[in-house]
Write a protein that binds this ligand. Structure first.
Ligand SMILES: Nc1ncnc2c1ncn2[C@@H]1O[C@H](COP(=O)(O)OP(=O)(O)O)[C@@H](O)[C@H]1O
Ligand SMILES: N[C@@H](CC(=O)OP(=O)(O)O)C(=O)O
Length: 574
């Protein structure tokens, strides 16, 4: 792939000129060069966040091929590692879900939590034994013995404390948000203790950093919402704490992606939701003044479509923060939505990389000029050179305009409401939204007229078998969502004279791209190809976001629709 060159004029540091094409490698050099000069004081820190399945499935790759390789010449980076809770299979059966299940068991009066804690304890102890150098060779060296003994003591201490918390919850028959947070934090603690020991077993000076008590008590007078000022304080606190623990230039902090009790009511799950480690890593990157935040996944980066569903999808070298956010919201799980705001505001690029293929450059998320302009209006500061570089990398203003990616979001139910009352349209909408809010449902797409409203809601499918409290599965959450939907319908029918119908088993297909706003005829092409290939469109929403066009189709058609749209708009639009 080729990109235009950014050439810096010596007499004007901020003037970038578009020149001939350059390669990905040259872009890398230029990003490094630019940032070295501009992120003064941020040294050479790279913050690397690893998801739970990466820690569970590829721990040795992370340690040897990514962290150790990054520390050594010619890279000579300072690396901060941030980990999520381990999952050896899928995230659904990973440590965090097992912990949440243990908490619900305790609340329901079942001692089943004890066996969950025991299996987590054994899993984590066995994981280290299996990954030690010369794993089953006896006798181990005294250094390795010391590492494993210390590790076992820490794992046991964390698990014993967890048992006490869960026992208290069982006797109280109550799990508060704070208790849930305390239980959930164990996943990241165990994961980071494991990665610390693993790095130490390879002679890396790894330092375990637990952020679960890092939020200062002074932050306790809660802000009404977790606002920018709060996050800025948090980032600074994390930065100070981590620096203090890693004064030795060889030290590698291994930091829990769980970051402590939030002030006010509600816990991390309520305020941030699952996937909170992305945000934690972003705050750490800001606090450390890192030169890059890397989110390591099991995919090479962001593609023009889900590469597991569209074989011809191409890796995108860069996307803008808004595109990444839109893609995440509409089904391509790229990055937790709150993450980008933090790092982009600080001018730190985010790079999505693949643990299975560390040499691939991945996808970098950088703001473009329009986004920079918008943020200036909001009084935010950006790193100008990274913005210019991003524009140049994406070849903006040169060549044909094109959409960036197409994505699908499954498990959508359409809620159609037809009011019998033609005179109070504003009251009708207010009643619908307050009912949805009461039941904790949010709307993904909306189309409305005076008396008719169609909404696409995300609802996981219900579990196939009934569950008893002692054997809950992650599908219980799905059951809760479906009950919420049913209660919403009941409440609406009770308070408003209307007809309601629910259309389950749908999906949203969305075209995303910063160029869409100026691509005349793109909607026609998008809907045209769906129509020509016999994909029925149930509902259309356009205009809410300038950078996406979306519609609801039947879920069973989703992968076919994704492929035909990709072929039409990404292959032939070259
Ligand atoms: N446009 C896209 N680009 C890259 N991945 C995508 C895209 N759309 C969907 N995906 C899916 O998102 C997932 C992200 O990678 P993965 O490492 O599995 O996630 P996680 O870190 O959340 O466990 C992959 O399963 C991939 O198939
Ligand atoms: N352990 C948390 C936090 C997290 O961020 O996970 P991951 O990075 O694996 O999505 C969760 O399961 O949600």
């Amino acid at each position: 792939m080729e990109f235009p060159v950014i050439r810096r004029e010596p007499e004007s540091a901020n003037k970038a000129l578009v020149d001939g094409p350059v390669t990905n490698g040259q872009i890398e050099d230029r990003i490094a060069h630019t940032q070295e000069k501009e992120l003064a004081g941020g040294a050479n820190w790279v913050v690397q966040k690893y998801g739970g399945t990466s820690v569970g499935k590829f721990p040795l790759k992370i340690v040897e091929e990514i962290v150790m390789a990054g520390l050594q010449p010619p890279n000579n980076q300072r690396i901060a590692v941030v980990c999520s809770a381990r999952s050896t299979g899928s995230k659904a059966e990973g440590t965090t879900n097992r912990l949440l299940r243990a908490a619900r068991d305790a609340e329901a009066g079942s001692w089943n939590f004890a066996s969950i804690v025991q299996s987590l304890r054994e899993d984590h102890l066995d994981a280290l034994t299996a990954s030690l150098p010369g794993a089953r060779l006896m006798p181990a060296s005294p250094e390795l013995d010391a590492i494993t003994t210390h590790y076992a003591a820490q794992v046991n201490a964390v698990c014993d404390h967890l048992l006490k918390v869960l026992e208290s919850a069982l006797f109280l028959k109550d799990v508060t948000s704070q208790t849930m947070d305390m239980v959930m934090s164990v996943g990241e603690k165990l994961s980071c203790l494991y990665m610390t020991a693993l790095l130490q077993s390879r002679s890396v000076h790894a330092v375990y950093v637990d952020l679960s008590d890092a939020i200062p008590v002074s932050a306790a007078p809660a802000p009404k919402s977790l606002n920018e000022a709060f996050y800025a304080t948090l980032a600074a606190t994390f930065g100070t704490l981590i620096r203090a623990l890693t004064a030795d230039p060889a030290a590698v902090p291994v930091i829990t992606g769980y970051f402590g009790k939030l002030p006010g009511s509600g816990g991390l799950l309520d305020h941030i939701g699952r996937g909170y480690t992305d945000l934690c890593a972003a705050l750490i990157a800001v606090g450390m003044g890192a030169r890059e935040l890397q989110i390591w996944k099991e995919v090479d980066g962001i593609f023009t479509a889900d590469p597991r569903k569209v074989p011809t999808a191409r890796l995108l070298p860069s996307v803008t923060p808004s595109e990444a956010a839109e893609l995440t919201f509409y089904g391509s799980e790229v990055i937790h939505p709150f993450t980008m705001d933090q790092v982009i505001r600080a001018g730190i690029p985010v790079r999505i990389k693949n643990v299975m293929n560390p040499r691939s450059a991945g996808t970098v998320i950088l703001p473009d000029v329009v986004e920079e302009g918008q943020s200036r209006r909001k009084g935010l500061i950006r790193n100008r050179s990274t913005s210019l570089l991003a524009n140049s990398m994406a070849g903006r203003g040169r060549g044909p305009k094109r959409p960036t990616a197409v994505t699908i979001k499954p498990n959508i139910t359409v809620l159609n409401i037809h009011s019998h009352n033609r005179t109070r349209a504003h009251g009708f909408l207010m009643s619908i939204f307050s009912t949805l809010d009461r039941h904790g449902l949010s709307v993904d797409l909306l189309a409305s007229s005076e008396v008719h409203v169609s909404m696409a809601l995300h609802c996981e499918p219900p579990p196939s078998t009934p569950t008893n409290p002692a054997q809950r599965t992650p599908a219980d959450d799905a059951q809760t969502e479906n009950l919420a939907l049913q209660s919403t319908v009941d409440d609406l029918l009770a308070t408003w004279s209307c007809d309601i119908d629910l259309v389950p088993n749908m999906a949203i297909i969305s075209l995303v791209g910063r160029d869409l706003r100026s691509m005349v005829g793109i909607s026609g092409r998008f809907f045209g190809v769906l129509g020509r290939t016999g994909v029925n469109v149930e509902m259309i929403s356009q205009g809410a976001s300038e950078i996406s066009i979306g519609c609801v189709i039947e879920a069973r058609e989703a992968v076919r629709a994704l492929n035909v749209v990709h072929t039409e708009l990404f292959t032939f639009l070259e």
